[in-house]
Design a protein around this ligand. Structure first.
Ligand code: AP5
Ligand code: MG
Length: 235
């Protein structure tokens, strides 16, 4: 489908499920480019609050540094505020949200009342894409990740290195490593995922909304599969 046609339609809402390091952010950025709907990453929003030193950021910082999940109420309120902005009127991609059953139930209620641009009489259900990746591959992706502090582009020293070591291909900024990408915090994040987020796979499967993708492939093969399922489920 041509990009121009794609940006005139309602898209999603799309939920990207998957463990830490599964490639949610990487794939979300490609979906943004193709469909022109915003990526709403709760991790990015929380990191922004931490760096600005807001009240929410102060509450979230220690929890994130420990690799645990920020309380549902705080995250839901933050998401509600973000989804109310005009750029989310035609659809959005949720990256890293929902992450607990309570968040998923909150989102269901929210979406039941939400009316999207171009929706007409049709009822919209989320398209939930689970990017499944093997454990050792997750570890390698997380320990090798670097990102651009200016434009947010994601790299990997093993799999997607920048053209010049440590510098962003787009704007030349020095790449950074996320605070929570150290081994002990990675283990805790993966434990939190197993305990609190994995049950969402069954939750959405039971609702008939789950689409599973083999995330162990290289990034372009994963993108091909992701875009195919989105195209197959669009209005
Ligand atoms: P968040 O920022 O969401 O982190 P995460 O879920 O741990 O996921 P990541 O961002 O680490 O991984 P990703 O799937 O986006 O992978 P990426 O594309 O970067 O959350 C951080 C923290 O915030 C949480 O721990 C929690 O404290 C808090 N939080 C956030 N949301 C919350 C919520 N809803 N409720 C409560 N608390 C919340 O890729 C990873 C690496 O792999 C990159 O280097 C990339 O280049 C590489 N890569 C990607 N795809 C491929 C591929 N196919 N092949 C090879 N390499 C690849
Ligand atoms: Mg991410």
């Amino acid at each position: 489908m041509k990009v121009q046609a794609a940006v005139n339609k309602t898209v999603g809402p799309i939920i990207l499920l998957g463990a830490p390091g599964a490639g949610k952010g990487t794939q979300a950025k490609l979906i943004v480019e193709r469909y022109g709907v915003p990526q709403i990453s709760t991790g990015d929003l929380l990191r922004d609050h931490v760096s600005r030193g807001t009240e929410l950021g102060k509450q979230a910082k220690a929890i994130m540094d420990a690799g645990k999940l920020v309380p549902d109420d705080l995250v839901n309120d933050m998401v509600a505020e973000r989804l109310s902005r005009p750029d989310a009127a035609r659809g959005f991609i949720l990256d890293g949200y929902p992450r607990t059953l309570a968040q998923a139930q909150w989102l269901d209620l929210y979406l039941a009342d939400k009316v999207f641009e171009n929706q007409g009489e049709r009822k919209l259900h989320p398209v939930v894409i689970d990017i499944a990746v093997e454990y050792n591959q997750l570890l390698r992706r997380l320990t090798g990740r670097r990102s651009c502090p200016t434009c947010g582009r994601i790299y990997n020293v093993y799999f997607q290195p920048p053209r010049v070591a440590d510098l962003c291909d787009v704007d030349g900024a020095k790449l950074v490593t996320r605070r929570d990408d150290c081994e002990e915090v990675i283990s805790e994040r993966l434990r939190a995922y197993q305990r609190q987020t994995l049950p969402l796979v069954d939750f959405y499967r039971a609702k008939g909304q789950l689409l599973e993708i083999n995330g162990d492939q290289d990034a372009s093969a994963v993108s091909r599969d992701v875009l195919k399922v989105i195209d197959g489920h669009r209005l």
